[in-house]
Design a protein. Structure first.
Length: 317
């Protein structure tokens, strides 16, 4: 059989476990995770390399993690939904992820409507089965979901416990067309380390803060110098109000220190070098509603800007 490859979009409501599934399938921490909805803000590719083995064709799956489908009420939210639509464009298969512990509601329907518009073949993934006390409960749930849309497969699994992933991978590969490997074998994502570092800092903020603050915060890496032994990173955390800045800095800088230490340890693991991380906090009133600011946050946009500023061949990552 020929080598198979294709683009597979992971779609679903906030908090369904899309990023957890991406990381589990790729086997690396590429996307940040949190129990708070709307954690992911831009689409990220994660590449699964499957060499030819006994009983299996060789394949490359380019997974695309997306922001949770929701009705946006800010420029940031609208941009997140643009990211979802762009990810759906031209993909070969959609994995619609639903949290099996939640009852289907109009917000899930919104995700199904997007799927319908795209007209792409889809699998329904019922995630978080580890939370079902009685596994027999799955059968009526599967029957209920079967009526909702014309899914090619319905696969229950637990992304967190990595239960059911082999079956999923097998079915995904079988659904992909014959095609070339799009990425070299050592590449697992399209997202440069510079932006993964920004996301890692944001993940620490999501875990350390509550209420409005996680949503009113964003991170931009201002300088990123990767060395062989030591890497130097300087980043700015933007929030919307002075009070939020106070919380982010904390008493005698304690909160910022906690965020910085947590992020540094993870970035050190990612880069394989020691990291000197410098963090600043700035107030940017109403940034979530500034179309220009939100556009500048887009890492693809930042990357393009850096390329034109530095000229080809001189790019820091
Ligand atoms: N028990 C259980 N929890 C899970 C599972 N998959 C994900 N979670 C948890 O669900 C929460 C949300 O996970 P994410 O992967 O960030 O969800 P997401 O769909 O990417 O969310 P957004 O980026 O906000 O759209 C986290 O607390 C995860 O640990 C699962 O299979 N079982
Ligand atoms: Mg996510």
């Amino acid at each position: 059989m020929p080598f198979r490859s294709g683009f597979v979009c992971i779609l679903g409501r906030p908090n369904a476990g899309k990023s957890t599934l991406l990381n589990a399938l790729v086997g690396e921490k590429l996307a940040i995770i949190s129990p708070k909805p709307q954690t992911t803000r831009s689409r990220i590719q994660g590449i699964v390399h499957l060499p030819k083995a006994k009983g299996r064709d060789g394949a490359q799956i380019v997974l695309i993690d997306t922001p949770g489908v929701h009705k946006p009420d800010s420029s940031l939210g609208r941009k997140m939904m643009v990211e979802v639509r762009e990810a759906l464009e031209g993909c070969d298969l959609v994995l619609v992820l639903m949290d099996v512990t939640h009852k289907f509601d109009p917000r899930d329907q919104f995700a199904l409507d997007l799927l319908k518009q795209s007209g792409t073949k889809a699998f329904l993934i019922l995630n978080k089965i580890d939370l079902l006390r009685e596994k027999a409960r799955l059968f009526p749930i599967i029957e209920e979901y079967r009526k909702l849309s014309d899914f090619a497969e319905i696969i229950p699994l637990s992304a967190l416990k990595r239960d059911g992933l082999d079956i999923l991978l097998k079915k995904v590969v079988a659904a992909l067309p014959a095609g070339p490997a799009y990425f070299p074998e050592d590449q697992v994502t399209d997202q440069p380390a510079r932006f993964m570092a920004a996301e890692t800092i944001r993940e620490q903020i999501l875990h350390a803060t509550s209420e409005e603050l996680p949503y009113a915060t964003t991170v931009i890496v201002d300088a990123f110098q990767e060395g062989t032994k030591l890497s130097r990173i300087s980043a700015t955390i933007y929030c919307e109000r002075e009070g939020q800045k106070g919380i982010l800095v904390g008493k005698r800088g304690q909160m910022l220190k906690k965020i910085g230490t947590g992020a540094r340890l993870q970035i050190e693991r990612m880069l394989g070098t020691r990291v000197f991380l410098e963090l600043f906090v700035k107030v940017q009133p109403g940034w979530r509603d500034s179309r220009v600011f939100v556009e500048e946050l887009d890492w693809r946009h930042q990357l393009e800007h850096m390329m034109t500023q530095q000229g080809p061949g001189e790019t820091e990552q």
